[in-house]
Every structure is written in C-alpha cells, then in structure tokens.
Design a binder for this molecule. Structure first.
Ligand SMILES: Nc1ncnc2c1ncn2[C@@H]1O[C@H](COP(=O)(O)OP(=O)(O)OP(=O)(O)O)[C@@H](O)[C@H]1O
Length: 785
C-alpha cells in the first residue's frame, strides 16, 4: 500500500514534469515559471526515488491501540482526511521511536524495527517496552538493540550509510537541538558525530525549510576523500541543495590542491597572520626614496617624498581599506602637484598664460578654480604619474598580495618580524604552482583587508540590466500590440508607460532568475555568502585562521561543530573548544557529548584506550556498544620481511572480512612505496591523493583516514606514525580506531608506549578469528508486518 502510494506520487510528479517539458514559447514570465516548475518536479522525483529503499522502517504501537508507521518521508492518504500513512522520521510524532524506553515508554507498548530488501520485508525486531520484559544482559542505554547491532555488524561499502533506522537517544537530542547559536558536539571515535551532524542537517532542513533552503546549509569536512565518503548520506535522506566543501574550497575561483609541509600550514593558520597580512599591505604603500619628475605642458613638477608621505598619511587616516583608499591617495598627490604648477605659473608674472586663462599678469591668483580642475584632470591622464601612483599605492588582489609576499625574503621580513627566520623560510615559495588549503583563509583575510572595488562590476551589472529592460520593453510593446495606441488621453498613456516600465523591470529581473543557479551553486560562487547554518566536521583540525573564515561565512552564528579534541592531528588544530570559539562567541556556546562508540568493538577500543591514556590521562575513551570476540593482533618482523608480511596480512584479512573493506594505514610519505607493495598482490587496491574508498583494499595515511572506517585495519609501523609529528600519538589513536571488526599492527621497530594490549602473533600470520559475536539479538517473525 505504501509503495503503491509512492508509485502514484512518482507518476504524478513525472506526468507534471513531462507536461512542463512539453510546453514551449509563452511570455518571458511564463518561461521563467516553467523553469521553476521543471526544477521543482525534477527535485520531487529525485526525492521520491531516494526513499525507495527502506521507505518504512519502524512501527510504534501505543497503549490506546494507536499504531504509527515511521519512514524516510511523510506519506498521506490520497483522499478523505489525508490521514498519515507514514510519518517522517523528523516529525515530532516520530520521536518516541528514538526515545521511548522501558523505563520511560511515552505511551508506547511496542517498538518494531522493520528490515526490507527492495520492497520485501526480510526481518522484524520487536521491543516490548515493559520493565518486566527487559532481558538480562540487554543494554538499557540502547534502543532497538537488535537492529542497531545488525547495522553495526554489516560489511562496510566505502560509503557512509544513513542511520535513520537506529538513531540513539543521545544522538537524537543533538539532531533535534535548536539551530540558534553554536552547538559543539564532542565525542570519541565512532560515537556517530558525523552521522549525527548529517542527520541534523536533514532535520533542520525539514523543520526550518523556508529559512534554510534559500540561505543554504554548508557542511565543512577535512578533505575531498571524506566528503566523497559522506556524500550519499543526505541524498539518501532525500535532502539535496546542501553545500559540502573543505575550508580550501571556500574561496571562489581558487582550487587549493597544492601540498605543503605541516609546519608551514601551522604557521599560516596562526591568528597573528592577520597582523602579517595587514603589515604586508602597509608595506605595499610605498614612497619613493628619490624625487620623481613629471613633465606636463612643458613644466616639470617634482613628486617629492614629502608629497607622497602626506598623501599616504591622508589615505591611511581615511580609515578606508587599501583598495578603496587609492582614490584618496591619488587625489592628494594630484592636488599637491596642481598647487605646485599653480605656484609656478602664479609667481612668474612674465609667463604666457599656458592655459589661456584671462587672469591679469602679475596677479598671484593667475589660475582660476576651473583652470586648476583642468590641470588635475590632465595630471590624472599623465602616464608617468599613473605609473608612479600604481607603484606607490597599487590596487591589489588577495592573490597578488600573497604571491608577492611569499616570493620575497624582504617583504616577508618586513611583514612578519615576529616570525623566526626559519619560520619565514617555510613560507617562502615561488609564485607558480597554485594554492594550498592553508592559503585559503589568508586569501579571504586579505580580501577583507584590501577591500574590493566593486564599482566597475556594479556599473557593468547596471548596464546589462538596462539592456535587458530595454529588451523586455520591446517585448511588451509587441505583446500589447496596438492597445496603448488606443489611449487618447495623455495622462493615461503616461500611466501606462510607467506600469510598462515596472513590468519591464520585473521581466528583466525574472530573466536574471531564469539564468539563475540553485542557491547552493550561488553560495559556492559568492565569497560573501552568509549561510543559514554551518556544520563543521572534524572541527578540531581547524586553525584559528580557518575559524575566522568560517565565522565570516556564518554571521548569525548558527553552527554545529563536531569533533574530538583527542584526535587533533593538524599542528594548527585545537585541543580546546574554549580556545577555538571564545574569540567569536565568548562563552556562549553549548556542549553536547556523545559517549557510546558504535564503530569500534571493545577489544579494539581497549588498545586505543591505552594510547589515549598516554595522550592525556584525563581523557576517557567512549564505551563500545559491542564486543567482536577477536583480539587485535600485533606482529613484529625484520625490516627485510616487511613487504612480504604486509602482503600476507592483507590477503589474510581480506579472507576474514569476505566482501568487506580493508584499510592499510601507513606513515605519511610511505603510502606510495607500501601501496605499490600491496598492489602487486591486490592490483585494484586504492592509493593516491584521493583513493577510491569503494575498492576492497585502500592504502592511506592517517590524515587521509580521518573520519573513515573499514571492516579491518592494518596499521603499519606505528612508531614511525608517532615520530613524524608532535601530535603523533593522537594520529596513532585515530589510526587504531578506524576498524569496525578487526585490527592488526605490523611493525619492524618496538611498539610505541601504550600499545601493549595487542595479541602477539607468535605463530605468524594465520587466520585468527572465530567471527564476530553481537551481544544480543532478538528477532520477531516477519509474517505480521
Ligand atoms: N545510531 C546508529 N545506528 C547505526 N550506526 C551508527 C549509529 N551511530 C553511529 N553509527 C555508525 O558508527 C560509525 C561511526 O560513526 P561516525 O563516523 O559518525 O563517528 P564519528 O564520531 O564521526 O567518528 P570519528 O570521530 O572517528 O570520525 C558509522 O558507521 C556510523 O554509521
């Protein structure tokens, strides 16, 4: 019945779309409306297709006999009272599905999880919400335990899946929290922070669609690979129109793919770079050491240091941004030079009047104000002077400012005296070669400090608009035919002309809309876009400069910030939310903590916990929701055997996880060398900048593995991972917590401190496991769905 209704809705949308596509011609307004309709029905069809799988996944039975079905979207009866057939998981009426417990049943007597494959029910899990029926050993904090464990034990696919069927109570609270202000969601590895953040976006769009769909929600992730990994989640929840990006993507027109050292990125991320940029701009406001002679109409004028210094002081004092202050600088210089000329002319009683003025010779006021204006105009056109002005106060783009700064030891020394010479050397680079992600917040900051002179762009836009109005007026004239000619009365025809013009303007604006992009596309192209809500994932990795950029994009401070300060790997990242957020919102941010680890089985988390204790004994690892029954293994080998053993380990893990995914996490800089070793045995293993996560085996660094997960993980050379960064132990903690089932550690050097919970493989690389063991499962018969 539900799928029948879904098919009807699809057929309806499809017919309407066809009709809109078939329609042709019409007024510009009709065409524009058709465009909107086509977009609307296309979106509707995409939404209805997205919910095909798992359309209905839950049922609630209430004490009073009421029954509610919970699903991915709301579906209503076609006629009558439009009774809900299926309740959208985000609607308040669906909430007991996630919150009701035996201790607090909210009127619910039974919660049913319905598992489907295509359109067929393949399993039901019932929970009777009655304290007397609670089974010994069941987890009280977990709702829908059987369905949850089935989801957690499922093989990974290389793409993150939605969790809409098994959202847990502590996650539900975060998902449905009010959108205002900054909400920080802190949680250890695998606590569902990413999943929660994405479901929160879907919830906010459902609840506040009007405001958010036009202002757009921005989701920021740590890298491209991660964004691809999560990219299916929102579409599977029938939500599109959200902008996903890294901080490096947030400067329109710049693609930040250049690599650089972690140390250089850290320096660029420091807050003091705002002072460096401000100083770099001041450094571009130069005065000449020697006087510059400008010849105009046979007279030589002297552009001396004093004139330039006064002009510079006046332009700086204006308080305008660099590019916007240039006209002031020009005016001051030109004014001083024109006075020089006036003085020359005025003090030479025998001079011919060069400008044909009619002042009497000998009169000190030989030039009229009009003459002076003419002189100034001529001076403005003088190429020599123009070149001098361009040199002294150049109009700068952020790109030029930064490129020139990095390319010059002198400029760096002047702008960044507080950095050590070694630090400045890390910033030094030749202009060609593109931008790094850490450059992007600096470009953004520079754009703010330089100011954009948008007058030429506005003038062009206005010109285009007028052309379109003229065109639309023409179109209207043709449409209205001779109607306006029938008016005899002058006044009336004037009124008509005015309304015509209004209509023409409206049509011109409509025409603009016709060419329009979706709000998300417009947001991506606009540096000054103010997003309706911003979600930051792996937020602990953001540098202070990156925070500044994001706060600029979110002036209403409606943000969800998710991360784990124990997992910070970037040298410029934060280990304190307080420190990161205080400059922008002071103490006005809320903290929610997620405490249950859904990804990593308890055996693996015990190993991770040992490393975490070494990082900071006050940090608690999250509680794992399940055991796997498989202890993580460790194998020390001779360096000469490493390649061979790595291949063996990969093959054996592949056999263990059948069609699951294996992640081989290696020290940075060794991904290609070890990747080649692996690809010899597994030719389609993925390596590289943006590895394909859907391949069975992926070789990657910790930085690339951030936020990802695999059925089985092999960590290679942990001591080297620790040694390569001052945050090496945190990196190791991240690496150890990527597995959903199995973990192995292969090493040639002694293990780093804290990593002593591994089971040594004394007998080589024989298969170890007796399989995963979920804690409890309870299945009801699929018959009575
Ligand atoms: N309620 C849930 N039901 C089913 N699966 C869940 C649930 N919560 C989390 N998971 C699963 O647990 C895994 C970890 O979730 P997620 O990646 O969101 O965690 P995280 O806190 O962002 O981890 P990390 O900090 O390590 O990146 C994912 O596979 C996710 O689908």
């Amino acid at each position: 019945m539900l799928y029948g209704r879904l098919d009807d809705l699809r057929a309806q949308a499809s017919n309407r779309l066809d009709a809109s596509l078939r329609a042709t011609g019409g007024t510009p307004q009709a065409r524009s409306e058709r465009e909107t309709t086509i977009r609307m029905y296309t979106d509707q069809l995409a939404h209805l297709s997205a919910v095909e799988n798992g359309l209905c996944f839950g049922r609630l039975d209430f004490e009073a006999g009421e029954r509610r079905y919970i699903g991915r979207i709301g579906v209503f009866e076609e006629s009558g009272d439009y009774e809900p057939l299926l309740i959208d998981w985000r609607a308040p009426a669906a909430r007991p599905f996630y919150l009701a417990t035996a201790a607090s049943p909210e009127g619910v007597t039974r919660r049913r999880h319905i598992r489907t494959r295509s359109r067929t029910v393949v399993g039901l899990d019932d929970e009777v919400l009655d304290l007397t029926a609670v089974k010994a050993g069941a987890h009280e904090e977990v709702t829908g335990e059987a369905a949850l464990l089935a989801a957690l034990d499922a093989r990974r696919t290389g793409r993150m899946q939605d969790i809409v069927e098994t959202i847990q109570a502590e996650q539900d609270r975060v998902i449905r929290a009010e959108p205002g202000g900054v909400l920080v969601v802190q949680g250890g590895p695998g606590t569902g922070k990413t999943a929660v953040a994405l479901h929160r976006v879907a919830y906010l769009l459902y609840t506040y669609r009007q405001q958010l769909s036009t202002r757009v929600v921005l989701v920021v992730g740590p890298n491209e690979t991660f964004l691809r990994y999560i990219s299916q989640v929102l579409p599977s929840l029938a939500e599109t129109g959200v902008l996903l990006g890294t901080v490096g993507d947030l400067y329109p027109g710049v693609t930040a793919r250049r690599a650089e050292s972690a140390e250089a990125a850290e320096i660029k991320g420091r807050l003091e770079m705002t002072d460096v940029l401000a100083a770099a701009i001041r450094d571009r406001q130069e005065v000449p050491d020697n006087d510059i002679d400008i010849t105009i109409e046979g007279d030589t004028l002297r552009l001396d240091r004093a004139i330039c210094e006064d002009a510079r002081a006046a332009a700086r004092k204006s308080g305008k941004l660099h590019n916007l202050a240039r006209p002031i600088f020009d005016t001051e210089v030109i004014h001083a030079l024109s006075l020089q000329l006036a003085e020359k002319i005025g003090t030479d009683p025998y001079a011919d009047d060069p400008l044909g003025g009619d002042d009497a010779p000998g009169d000190p006021q030989v030039l009229s104000e009009a003459d002076l204006a003419e002189i100034r105009r001529e001076l403005r056109e003088e190429p020599e002077l123009k070149a001098a002005l361009d040199w002294m106060w150049p109009i700068l783009t952020p790109q030029k400012l930064l490129r020139d700064l990095y390319a010059s030891d002198e400029r760096l020394a002047t702008a960044a005296p507080a950095l050590t010479s070694d630090e400045r050397a890390l910033l030094r680079r030749e202009p060609a070669g593109g931008w790094t992600p850490a450059d992007v917040p600096l470009l953004d900051e520079a754009a703010e400090l330089l100011g954009e002179d948008d007058r030429p762009i506005n003038a062009l836009a206005e010109k285009r608009r007028r052309e379109r109005i003229a065109y639309a007026e023409g179109a209207l004239e043709i449409l209205s035919g001779s109607a306006s000619l029938d008016f005899e009365d002058d006044a009336e025809s004037e009124i008509l002309a005015a309304t015509d013009l209004l209509e023409a303007e409206r049509l011109a604006d409509r025409h603009d809309e016709e060419l329009r992009l979706t709000p998300a596309e417009r947001a991506a192209a606009d540096r000054k876009w103010a997003f309706g809500h911003v979600v930051v994932d792996e937020a602990q990795e953001l540098s202070p400069m990156a925070w500044r950029l994001l706060m600029r994009r979110c002036p209403n401070r409606s943000m969800t910030v998710v991360g784990d300060v124990a997992q910070t790997g970037d040298l410029g990242g934060t280990t304190s939310w307080e420190q990161a957020l205080e400059p922008y919102v002071d103490h006005r941010w809320r903290l929610e903590e997620l405490t249950v680890n859904y990804r990593t089985p308890a055996e693996i988390m015990a190993v991770g916990g040992g490393v975490l204790a070494g990082i900071d004994p006050s940090l608690q690892p999250p509680r794992s929701v399940r055991h796997s029954g498989v202890d993580p293994w460790g194998l020390r080998v001779e360096p000469a055997q490493l390649d061979e053993c790595l291949v063996e380990a990969v093959l054996r893990e592949a056999a263990e996880v059948a069609d699951g995914r294996i992640g081989v996490i290696v020290p940075a800089g060794h991904e290609y060398e070890l990747g080649r070793v692996v690809t010899k045995a597994v030719p389609d293993a993925a390596i590289g900048e943006q590895p394909d996560l859907e391949r069975r085996v992926v070789v990657l660094t910790v930085r690339q593995a951030k936020g990802l997960e695999f059925d089985s993980v092999i960590v290679v050379e942990p001591a080297r991972i620790v040694a390569e960064s001052t945050r090496g132990y945190r990196d190791l903690y991240v690496a150890l917590t990527r597995a959903t089932q199995r973990l192995g550690v292969l090493h040639t050097a002694p293990l780093p401190a804290g990593l002593d919970g591994l089971r040594p493989l004394t007998d080589g690389l024989r298969p170890l496991t007796d399989g995963l063991r979920p804690l409890t499962t309870e299945a009801a018969s699929p018959a009575n769905f």
